[in-house]
Design a protein around this ligand. Structure first.
Ligand code: AMP
Length: 572
């Protein structure tokens, strides 16, 4: 049966849009006690006719399936909020998870929000160093993880993390000591009743780390009011309808896996499929079929992998329930959109946003004509523009088809409220009312936005943001390395791969053994997702006269591109 899109006419919805009006679709806490994400996502549904509907459908690695209804989740999240109470967690304290996509991650996230504490999920592929950086910069008080991850990557960090009061292990029966506790035991002892305390819409809720070009990862802090964007984008972009089965392939360690792998589907009252396993083409297709997925949100890396396989999905699988496919995270090239049309009978709808924006900002909508290769048009309620930014000067470029910085007008509800402990950097990312995204783009005559590139050296590899500085710092800890510089090198499959240029200390010899040793060191420290995939030895790194590494020049040389303005290059 044809399902009418929620957004049928982009122009009229945009013209009549107001955030206040949209807010009336949320209930807010009882007795005007404020706005809490977990209440909108779980509690209000668990006491409505949706209570017995499946909220989460977990597909375990072995393909067994576990369903949790909204009512089940009410109880689980209440218990977790009570566990935090038991551990003296207060409003604003930071609770981290370091887990795969298992049920504990999801009830910990929502239970933390109920307690008005701040939740920060970490990728379980990180090595000890990225974990340490984030736990310490985020002042983690509680960490939820598994015994295996704890032993391999966290126990060694405990001495350096004096603020970390508790580690809750999901798979031990008894507490190890005061600090290392059994989560199942705590959950069992906790009450399944909990009243969400008053929550100001501006109370911090979620912390997501993203990578910077200089310095260590930046913690973007989001508030409870962000739920309004999750609701609106769920309605207009993901086009949720009652009874929908939805699957987002992203991990909550990436903001997409939280905003759209937890919050948006629940706020909109649909069933959220979570697959614990990583990419596998036949597994993905069969999940779409078996789970009768209606709306599927994925990323270009996965789509490119599917495109390489010799599988015609519609011939092999029954995908009649699939109504909408969306993509985010990296440029989605026109061929992928067209491939979707040919092989699934519908295009992948690209959309754009980033950790700092907390929710989708630019999108293609089901009822709007798709221009393959374009990111689409701004979300109703969001004002985007292209600007010329040179040092302190800032000018909005009114003319179409001109490259410039993609900027957003301050004020959408899910805008990040600070970079934790780095107010200066936060302030620097704004010019007056405009947030400067760090991306370059252009807008065509019909108002569609087209991605041009990053304005900085940040690398996007398999959908992950990787800051060169973080990788370089870890490399420098290797005893043979004098200096290191890291760039993103275009790669057909994973978008960009991390490539390191290394200057060795004088007495060292560049050979394959050393390369392997450095690779092993990097993987141990950083984890395979972040560690360089290619290493080259080099005599000197190109630098500016002020001593900054010119990564851009390394990249141009690597790719055989023009070297650009070299007036600031220090001559070795
Ligand atoms: P993250 O904060 O990890 O979600 O990464 C955000 C960055 O990913 C953006 O600033 C862009 O550089 C890139 N990105 C996200 N979505 C898209 C898209 N649809 N097209 C091109 N680049 C994208």
């Amino acid at each position: 049966m044809a399902v009418t899109p929620n957004l049928q006419d982009y122009t009229s919805v945009t013209a009549g849009f107001s955030w206040e009006k949209e807010q009336s679709s949320l209930t807010g806490l009882p007795n005007n006690q404020g706005l809490n994400i977990a209440h909108e996502a779980i509690d209000r549904h668990a006491t409505s006719e949706l209570k017995d509907q499946v909220a989460f459908r977990f597909i375990h690695k072995d393909r067994s399936v576990m369903d949790c209804t909204y009512k089940d989740y009410l109880e689980l999240t209440n218990r977790f909020a009570n566990v935090l109470g038991e551990l003296n967690v207060n409003k604003g304290d930071r609770i981290f998870s370091f887990l795969g996509r298992i049920p504990e991650l999801y009830f910990a996230a929502l239970g933390t929000l109920k307690k008005v504490a701040v939740f920060c999920p970490l990728f379980n592929v990180f090595g000890p160093e990225p974990v340490f950086q984030r736990l310490s910069r985020g002042d983690a008080k509680v960490l939820v993880t598994t015994k295996d991850l704890f032993e391999k990557k966290v126990r060694q960090l405990l001495e350096r993390l004096p603020e970390l009061k508790y580690v809750l292990l999901t798979d031990i029966d008894q507490d190890e000591d005061e600090q290392i506790r059994s989560l199942p035991r705590l959950m069992e002892q906790a009450s399944d009743e909990f009243i969400i305390p008053p929550t100001d819409p501006e109370d911090p809720a979620l912390l997501h780390f993203t990578s910077g070009t200089t310095g260590m990862p930046k913690g973007a802090l989001h508030v409870h009011k962000a739920v309004l964007v999750h609701y609106v984008t769920g309605k207009y972009v993901l086009d949720f309808h009652p009874g929908d089965i939805y699957w987002c392939t992203a991990d909550p360690g990436w903001v997409t896996g939280t905003s759209y792998g937890i919050i948006a589907p629940l706020v909109n009252g649909v069933t959220n499929v979570v697959d614990e396993e990583e990419f596998d083409a036949t597994r993905w297709y069969s999940i779409l079929e078996e789970q009768k997925v209606n709306v599927w949100y994925t990323a270009p890396t996965g789509i490119r992998r599917l495109m390489r396989m010799n599988i015609n999905p519609r011939e092999k699988y029954n995908l009649e329930n699939l109504r909408l496919m969306l993509s985010v995270g990296e440029p989605l090239h026109a061929e992928a959109v067209v491939w979707g049309e040919k092989n699934f009978g519908m295009p992948f709808l690209d959309n754009w946003w980033q950790t700092e924006t907390g929710g989708i900002m630019i999108a293609n909508y089901r009822a709007m004509q798709v221009k393959p290769g374009s990111m689409g048009k701004p979300l109703p309620g969001v004002e985007a523009a292209i600007a010329e930014v040179i040092d302190d000067s800032f000018r909005i470029i009114e003319e179409p088809d001109k490259d410039g910085h993609l900027v957003l007008k301050r004020g959408w509800p899910s805008m990040f409220r600070t970079y934790l402990h780095d107010e200066e950097r936060y302030n620097k990312s704004f010019h007056g009312d405009w947030y400067i995204t760090g991306d370059l783009a252009k807008r065509d005559t019909e108002g569609y936005y087209w991605f041009v590139g990053r304005a900085d050296d940040i690398i996007k590899t398999s959908g992950h943001m990787v800051g060169p500085f973080e990788v370089e710092s870890a490399l420098m800890e290797h005893p043979a390395i004098a200096e290191a510089a890291v760039i993103g090198k275009p790669d057909q499959l994973i978008g960009e791969l991390v490539k390191a240029f290394i200057v060795l200390k004088p007495e060292q010899h560049a050979d394959e053994n050393l390369k392997m040793d450095i690779t092993a060191h990097a993987r141990r420290k950083l984890g395979p997702a972040v560690a360089p995939k290619e290493i080259a030895f080099i005599d000197n790194l190109p630098k500016t006269r002020s001593g900054k590494i010119l990564r851009r020049l390394l990249k141009a040389r690597e790719l055989g591109l023009p070297e650009g303005d070299l007036s600031t290059l220090e001559q070795p």
